[in-house]
Design a binder for this molecule. Structure first.
Ligand code: DC
Length: 229
């Protein structure tokens, strides 16, 4: 059957990854979480003491990009597809508040974006990829056959994220999560390189009062019409 690439963009915690994972499971497509890639680069910078709340040494990080190897693979312990940074599964580490608070600064660096986009192109070259992020429909796959742009209020998104973090045992307050979401919304939408904007041919969907199943049903119909067109 013909395979297509699907781009899902939107601010954080709009439900992009939940939807993308379900599409990938249903259609046997590859799911790529592009945000996890920027999170890994951020973690690498923190581990090397190049990044903290007051300082960001971009040059050594840019120089080290060839040493940062990212791959998505099954984590046998959790039976989930996760990202590996230089061979180590770092799924929990990249979701910490420390990484969340710093990632937008790292993702605004053009040299870093260029390296990530090159990898993302490679992941999508054979089609059959669902990728979520901020610039997938505008920059990474401008010719994706289906582009979605998800929206949802900051309060509802913060609540979703807060509950996820509580379940994982991460100690954080609702206000910290809300303030992180608002600050990333601002930084991700106002940066000069590949800011978060809706592609003109993307379908905008508000996920606030939609169940995952209902949303998935709608999107699978759209995919089927794209495949058969
Ligand atoms: O999807 P996420 O919240 O895990 O993404 C983390 C950060 O990475 C987000 O604040 C902005 C950045 N990002 C980006 O700039 N471009 C992408 N394609 C995906 C994420």
């Amino acid at each position: 059957m013909k395979k297509i690439n699907i781009a899902i963009d939107g601010t954080s915690s709009t439900g992009k990854s939940t939807l993308a994972k379900q599409i990938a499971n249903k259609l046997n497509y590859i799911y790529i979480d592009s945000g996890a890639m920027y999170r890994c680069v951020t973690l690498y910078a923190i581990q090397n003491n190049w990044l903290n709340t007051s300082r960001f040494d971009k040059e050594p990080l840019i120089g080290s990009l060839p040493n940062i190897h990212l791959k998505f693979a099954l984590n046998e312990k959790t039976n989930d597809q996760t990202i590996f940074l230089n061979g180590v599964s770092v799924e929990n580490e990249i979701r910490s508040m420390e990484v969340s608070n710093a990632v937008s600064r790292v993702a605004a660096v053009p040299e870093i974006r260029k390296a990530m986009v090159r990898l993302q192109h490679d992941f999508g070259k054979d089609k059959g990829v669902v990728m979520d992020g901020r610039d997938i429909g505008t920059v990474v796959f401008p010719n994706a056959e289906l582009k979605l742009f998800l929206t949802c209020s900051a309060k509802v998104r913060a609540q979703r994220r807060y509950e996820e973090m509580q379940q994982k045992g991460i100690s954080v307050s609702f206000d910290q999560v809300l303030s992180n979401i608002k600050s990333r919304d601002h930084l991700d939408s106002s940066r000069s390189d590949s800011p978060l904007i809706k592609a003109s041919d993307a379908l905008e969907i508000n996920t606030e009062n939609r169940s995952v199943d209902e949303l998935l049903g709608q999107v699978l119909e759209l995919i089927s019409s794209k495949i058969n067109s």
